[in-house]
Ligand binder design. Sequence first.
Ligand SMILES: Cc1cc2nc3c(=O)[nH]c(=O)nc-3n(C[C@H](O)[C@H](O)[C@H](O)COP(=O)(O)OP(=O)(O)OC[C@H]3O[C@@H](n4cnc5c(N)ncnc54)[C@H](O)[C@@H]3O)c2cc1C
Length: 212
Amino acid sequence: MDAPGVRLVRRLRWMGCEDHVAPIGELVFENVRVPAENLLGAEGEGFKVAQVRLGPARIHHCMRSIGLCELLIELMMARAAERSAFGRTVIQYDTVQRWIAEARVELEQARLLAYRCAWRLDQAGHHGAWRDVSLIKVAVPAMLQKIADRAMQVFGAMGGSDDTPIHQALAWGRLLRIGDGPDEVHLRQIFRMEPMPDWSIANSPYLAAHPA
Ligand SMILES: Cc1cc2nc3c(=O)[nH]c(=O)nc-3n(C[C@H](O)[C@H](O)[C@H](O)COP(=O)(O)OP(=O)(O)OC[C@H]3O[C@@H](n4cnc5c(N)ncnc54)[C@H](O)[C@@H]3O)c2cc1C
């Protein structure tokens, strides 16, 4: 940031939130020259370095989101058990029980996917784990958004207040569908890695096993 030509035009907030740890803003780069000794890798390989760094960063975001979903489930349980509406506690309503159970199903699926991704990254490095990183990058933020949305519904008006972190979880889930690369870019990557069968529909293994 000290290099001549780098200018901060203005600080920005995202969905009304200010990130004090990793602030964002509009930056201008005018004829910026960076001394050779500041190079982090070989010249011309910046994109590659960024991609390698992004793999673990994406898993890290997913891990934090999974932890956040655990908290959201705990919050839903506690609030629904305490709060009464129309003569019974909220936790006694089938709908609420179902939301919490579905959240648990989705969370455990996502956790296993994240474990497998981390294992692949350890075993096979960045290139071997590329597809797994994209899989969790798409799956986890969508899950977080869904669970946060349900949690807000369980809490009623209180869910949008600063007395809970639910609205921040919702915004974080929404951000992560764009951050770390938009979902659509990862979905394209996943589609491209889907193998094309070496048979046609007319000669499919199914028809061969079930002749007319
Ligand atoms: C607060 C904040 C923090 C962020 N932090 C990070 C970070 O730490 N690391 C990181 O990697 N990213 C981060 N991002 C995301 C990054 O800055 C970009 O926003 C993101 O890569 C998308 O680029 P863009 O905003 O220019 O959208 P655009 O490139 O203009 O894309 C807009 C939309 O077009 C569609 N689209 C674009 N490309 C394709 C494609 N190839 N195929 C199909 N559809 C496509 C998608 O729907 C996409 O949402 C952050 C974003 C925000 C808001």
